[in-house]
Design a protein around this ligand. Structure first.
Ligand code: ATP
Ligand code: MG
Length: 359
């Protein structure tokens, strides 16, 4: 099985006066795990449904392996979809549910039986072949829905929040399984989620969407470490976002900025005097004393928020700005409100956004 390449060119979709998708373009490589990430209502499902063929674009093109599929009906596209609500047939057994996917294909009985068996083994559901969906847990039902989609050997698999209905622990397990399955099958996955951690864990690349548009496309590390907009920085995990003035260049793609009355070095090359936004990742700040003398700001602890594995320490700077410092709880120290602290800001923790990036 080989994955298909999916090219989406300037895709638009309006429902009456309501624009749902306002010009989406992406080029997804063969065998890539690509995610569409964004908040509720940003146009993820609409984009996916247009690729699947369930929705007609208002304008734009969809190419699969270079061929325009816009006028091809959904069931003739080399694409299959897995939805959030598994949509299994309650009166059919697990194996019959999976075999149902093959109904339109000219497959002999013995061949169908073998394919169904293989697909169920792939999702580790072989031993449940005779059960009805009602006798399975949510995670097991989700695996059956996946088997039903992969039994057809699609070039491209579209998944719309497939783990949305599962509890956090099972989600984590299935995320890892799903990624491993995708790698072994070599199918192109287009995966819709509003969960940033899920998208960062599973994807080769992802598109961060907002208001029917793509804000940024890149690998998880690219969009997390080098967001191009404040929106992306904020959506991908928590971020401190401050308005700062650039003092001057610091060489090697770095600049110096003023924060909390101090001059600090940060990543990003922006001309002096330009007002810009600075993204500070809370988990990259330190409160412990370090060897380094540079890059420190003094402040006062405003609040300590314990979160289990991590603890957030809210620090008010002398200039009135607030910074969140996130530490592993066992290394968060015993801080309390009113205590004077020094925040260590390594240049790696600070990323300037391009000038003009909107909040
Ligand atoms: N059939 C429809 N008729 C009218 N408006 C629609 C229709 N389908 C979607 N919309 C609107 O289009 C926008 C995008 O919807 P879409 O379902 O693509 O969002 P989404 O990103 O999948 O959100 P969620 O995370 O909540 O599933 C929303 O504002 C929605 O209200
Ligand atoms: Mg949706």
């Amino acid at each position: 099985m080989r994955g298909g390449r999916v090219q989406v060119v300037d895709l638009h979709k309006s429902y009456g006066d309501v624009p749902a998708v306002r010009g989406v373009s992406v080029d997804i490589a063969e065998g890539e795990f690509f995610s569409l990430l964004g908040p509720s209502g940003c146009g993820k499902t609409t984009t996916l449904r247009m690729i699947a063929g369930f929705e007609t674009p208002t304008s734009g093109e969809i190419l699969i392996d270079g061929a325009d599929v816009s006028r091809i009906p959904a069931n003739d596209r080399p694409v299959n979809t897995v939805f959030q609500n598994y949509a299994l047939f309650p009166f059919l057994s697990v194996e019959d549910n999976v075999a149902f996917g093959l109904r339109y294909q000219k497959v002999g009985k013995a061949d169908a039986k073998r394919k169904v068996g293989e697909a169920l083994e792939m999702v580790r559901m072989g031993q449940f072949a005779k059960r009805k969906p009602g006798q399975l847990s949510g995670g097991q039902q989700q695996r059956v829905a996946l088997a039903r989609a992969i039994v057809l050997s699609p070039r491209v698999l579209l998944l719309d929040e497939p783990l949305g209905a599962l509890d956090a622990k099972l989600r984590k397990t299935l995320q890892i399984e799903l990624k491993a399955l995708q790698e072994s099958l070599g199918i192109t996955f287009i995966y819709v989620t509003h969960d940033q951690e899920e998208a960062l864990t599973m994807s080769d690349r992802l598109a961060v969407m907002a208001g029917g548009l793509i804000e940024q496309v890149g690998t998880p590390a690219e969009v997390y470490d080098s967001p191009t907009t404040a929106y992306v920085a904020d959506f991908l995990g928590s971020a401190n976002i401050l308005d700062v003035d650039v003092v001057g260049p610091a060489g090697h793609g770095r600049s110096t900025v003023r924060i909390g009355g101090q001059t600090l070095t940060c990543r990003g090359d922006v001309a002096a005097g330009t007002p810009v936004k600075l993204v500070i990742r809370p988990e990259r700040l330190l409160l412990e004393t370090t060897e380094e003398e540079e890059g420190t700001i003094d402040g006062v602890v405003a609040r300590v928020v314990y979160q289990g594995p991590t603890t957030d320490i809210l620090v008010t700077l002398s200039t009135g700005e607030e910074l969140v410092v996130r530490r592993p709880s066992e290394r968060a120290g015993q801080h309390s409100a009113g205590e004077k602290v020094t925040v260590h800001c390594r240049p790696e923790a600070l990323q300037l956004l391009p000038p003009g990036a909107l909040g």
